[in-house]
Design a protein around this ligand. Structure first.
Ligand code: UD1
Ligand code: CA
Length: 452
């Protein structure tokens, strides 16, 4: 087997990003630009070399992957020079696959085609045909046979008319790459060592260059500024939405769906507009998500209804539950089957039992709520004493009257009833009414103050 060594060029500063971060650390969906390239490269190569320059420490720290061979390019003297920094680390009997750290949407299948073309010819280029080729290196052919790549700044008027351009991505047998890299010079308009010059050298040497022409211009699009970054983000999201719809997900408006992670779902799930999915989210069958919800790293069951403007993170939602509108389900919340969490309710690190209801304006934190419990409007678990967090335990069938405070640590017995407006500071027994309200009084002689 021939080993594949990926060489990812990532030394550019990316001045046009106007950022303190190196360009390849800008993010697209849930990953850095370089992270996207690495993900594809890992699928097809045995070894990865990243050529870094500007902000190297920051890049290495962020990517934090000790399988990568980090190669420094101290000065950016051109793409040929960048590759020259990596080749001493690469065994001769291999294929070098050159990728750009700022071309994030490159796909495995295309790279596989390129590698197989390289196995036959020794050198394979990935090109694309652009309506406006300005700025790119042109693929110069004679009778359809590749002769050279000529950079925009070095091209003749005739060559500038060529619309087939170099994406920069290529696969080359490492022995040939090393040989032709040796013969590079800086006799060109930019005074750089052009990687692209290896093509003419190989042709002079009697080699035939093969090519793969991609029809997906976004797959090979580089990112130089925030506008291009946003464009590719949209493309990425459209592709993701299209993939999910093909698998049966209903999206009311795929242009207003964002997934920064991975979504999996059963049958007949429907997501309305402006949903953000982050991390790993799973939906069961027949679950619906209303507009403007953010859902992160959560497992949502079957027949769940998530109403508008709800935020769910690191939580588990049981079958048949109803969440929102305007609910906030925080980490380690476990909402039981057929439970209801209504508007302006916040639940954190709590288990809500089967069929229980917390319908309005409540905070439930560090609590274990049994089955069939009704928590009235405005109930608060006072879980924090200013230093430590404490637990609230509510037994099955309990009824907590509206606007009560349960001062933790505390436990409310099964089928207990708490009268509305109570501040409960010690345990309430099973099956009985507990309330801490003061008696209602009348003040017959009281008058409203009047303006003096
Ligand atoms: C290069 C190609 C051009 C192609 C275009 C596609 C050359 C000479 N030209 O041009 O044919 O159409 O890409 O976008 O190869 N880099 C380094 N070190 C360097 C120089 C560049 O790591 O010294 C990296 C950059 O960070 C970037 C990539 O290489 O990821 C391409 O560099 P860039 O300067 O954008 O190349 P172009 O001149 O646009
Ligand atoms: Ca470029």
């Amino acid at each position: 087997m021939t080993n594949i060594h990926a060489i990812i060029l990532a030394a550019g500063k990316g001045t046009r990003m106007n950022s303190s971060k190196p360009k390849v650390l800008q993010t697209l969906a849930d990953n850095t630009l370089l992270g996207h390239v690495l993900k594809q490269a890992k699928l097809i190569s045995q070894k990865i070399h990243v050529v870094y320059g500007f902000g190297g420490a920051q890049v290495q720290q962020t990517i934090n992957d000790n399988h990568i061979n980090w190669v420094e390019q101290k000065q950016q003297l051109g793409t040929g020079h960048a590759v020259q920094q990596a080749t001493p680390h690469i065994e001769d009997n291999s294929i070098s696959l050159i990728l750009y750290g700022d071309v994030p949407l490159i796909q495995r299948a295309t790279l596989e085609q390129l590698i197989s073309a390289c196995k036959t010819s020794g050198i394979a280029l990935l090109s694309v045909i652009l309506e406006n080729p300005t700025g790119y290196g042109r693929i110069i052919r004679d009778n359809n046979i590749i002769q050279a790549i000529v950079e925009q700044k070095d091209a003749s008027a005739e060559q500038l008319k060529v619309c087939e351009v170099n994406t920069g991505i290529m696969a080359v047998r490492t022995t040939l790459l090393k040989k032709y890299l040796n013969s590079l010079d800086t006799n060109n308009a930019q005074g750089e060592l052009y990687l692209t010059d290896i093509i003419a050298s190989a042709v002079n040497d009697g080699k035939t260059i093969s090519s793969v022409i991609t029809t997906d211009e976004f797959e090979v699009a580089g990112v130089n500024d925030k506008t291009q970054l946003a464009e590719l983000e949209r493309i990425y999201q459209q592709q993701k939405a299209a993939k999910y719809m093909q698998l049966g997900l209903s999206l009311k408006d795929p242009s207003r769906f964002d997934c920064r992670g991975e979504l999996s779902f059963g049958q007949d799930c429907e997501i309305d507009f402006n949903t953000l999915i982050e991390g790993v989210v799973t939906l069961g069958n027949n679950t619906t998500i209303a507009p403007n919800c953010c859902i992160k790293n959560s497992k949502i069951g079957d027949n769940v209804t998530i109403l508008a403007n709800s935020v769910i993170e690191d939580a588990v939602i049981g079958n048949g539950a109803s969440i929102g509108p305007f609910a906030r389900i925080r980490p380690q919340a476990n909402i039981g089957e057929n439970a209801k969490i209504g508007n302006f309710v916040e639940v954190k690190k709590s288990t809500i039992g089967k069929g229980s209801k917390v319908s309005h304006l409540s905070y439930v934190g560090d609590s274990t709520v049994g089955k069939g419990v009704n928590i009235g409007a405005g109930v608060i678990t006072c879980n924090y004493d200013g230093v430590n967090k404490h637990q609230t335990i509510i037994g099955d069938g309990a009824f907590i009257g509206s606007d009560s405070q349960l001062v933790a640590p505390i436990s409310i017995g099964k089928n207990a009833t708490i009268g509305a407006g109570s501040t409960i500071t010690s345990s309430a027994p099973e099956g009985q009414l507990t309330l801490s309200r003061s008696k209602q009084r009348l003040f017959p002689s009281w008058k409203r103050p009047v303006k003096q």
